[in-house]
Design a protein around this ligand. Structure first.
Ligand SMILES: [Mg+2]
Length: 325
């Protein structure tokens, strides 16, 4: 069936290598620590990819690889598609040289899609079809964008479960945000036309069955239309499962994000009794009270102007420095 079976009974896709069960077995490749001191669960847009260029800097790629080489699990948890992660993170990491035996997990589309990669490339792309938007709705949004919004935004053809529309890089933020408000209203009207109950921020519009199964989720550069069951908390649960299938149980987690919704990673981990600290790389809205520590660039003695991927890079370096001690 194209799967390898680990002795835990967990199945891994074809192409995955079995690796030594202890760090002692790895002399030349990545250490596989079964109880690593840290595991990283990283939102991509903001902490790693610049919200301006949408690209990941070579310094961040190098530090991610070094963390992997030290045996620190690195898991991406993003609303982006697997194609975006393959292009912006996997390809440069493979080009820079992923260590022998290392596995990096990517949870995409807020938990609906996931895959893992090694130095040999990506494994199977998994899609939870139950969490996908109806195709007819996606077709209508594609047509809407082409007819009314193509100057400011584009339909993301790489999504497998979500319907996402994103700002053109060359459009300035203020004019995008003004158009986005109109697009979101149209997207909600289309949901109603398909009798799909939906919510956008505080606004709830149940379908005829009285249920709200879908969400319109605006960010500063895009709008996602998705199942309400998707979220960074679902991504966190998949991350724990993917590591457990390798026999890896981290002693502590660090979650990193730039949005309020990213706190759901740490909320879920904390609720499941994992030790977690959350890093907010864009705390412009303030830091909410949480039952776990929340860190910002100020905790690294950096100024308020160090945000997004600059703050993300600083924290990756901070954790690497901590491992060196
Ligand atoms: Mg983000």
């Amino acid at each position: 069936m194209g799967t390898d079976t680990l002795h835990s009974g967990a199945k891994l896709p074809k192409g995955y290598r079995k690796w030594p069960r202890t760090a002692a077995g790895c002399e030349h490749g990545a250490m596989t620590l079964l109880q690593p001191p840290l595991a990283l669960l990283l939102d991509v847009d903001g902490p790693l990819a610049s919200p301006v260029t949408r690209r990941v800097s070579p310094d961040i790629i190098a530090n991610l690889i070094e963390l992997v080489r030290r045996g620190i699990p690195v898991v991406f948890n993003t609303g982006r598609s697997d194609a975006f992660i393959a292009e912006q993170l996997m390809a440069p990491m493979l080009e820079a040289g992923l260590p022998d035996g290392a596995v990096v997990h990517a949870i995409c589309e807020k938990g609906a899609v996931w895959f893992s990669f090694t130095q040999d490339g990506p494994g199977t792309i998994h899609v939870d079809r139950e969490l996908a938007m109806p195709a007819a709705y996606g077709d209508d949004v594609r047509t809407l964008v082409a007819s009314s919004y193509a100057g400011h935004m584009f339909f993301d053809e790489t999504k497998r479960a979500m319907v996402s529309v994103e700002q053109h890089v060359e459009v300035d933020s203020a004019s995008y945000l003004a158009e986005q408000a109109k697009f979101d209203a149209d997207a909600l009207a289309l949901l109603a036309a398909h009798d799909l109950g939906a919510v956008r921020l505080e606004h709830r519009a149940p379908g005829s069955a009285g249920t709200v199964d879908y969400r319109v989720d605006p960010s500063i550069i895009s709008t996602d239309i998705e199942s309400v069951r998707l979220g960074k908390d679902l991504g966190a649960s998949r991350a724990v499962e993917l590591l457990a299938a390798q026999g890896i149980v981290p002693q502590a987690w660090r979650t990193v994000g730039d949005s309020r919704t990213d706190y759901a990673m740490a909320d879920w981990l904390h609720h499941q009794d994992h030790v977690v600290k959350h890093v907010d790389v864009r705390p412009a809205e303030g830091v909410p009270a949480k039952p776990y520590p929340v860190k910002t660039a100020a905790d690294l003695q950096l100024g308020d102007d160090v945000v997004n991927d600059f703050a993300g890079a600083a924290f990756l370096q901070f954790w690497l420095d901590g491992l060196a001690k």
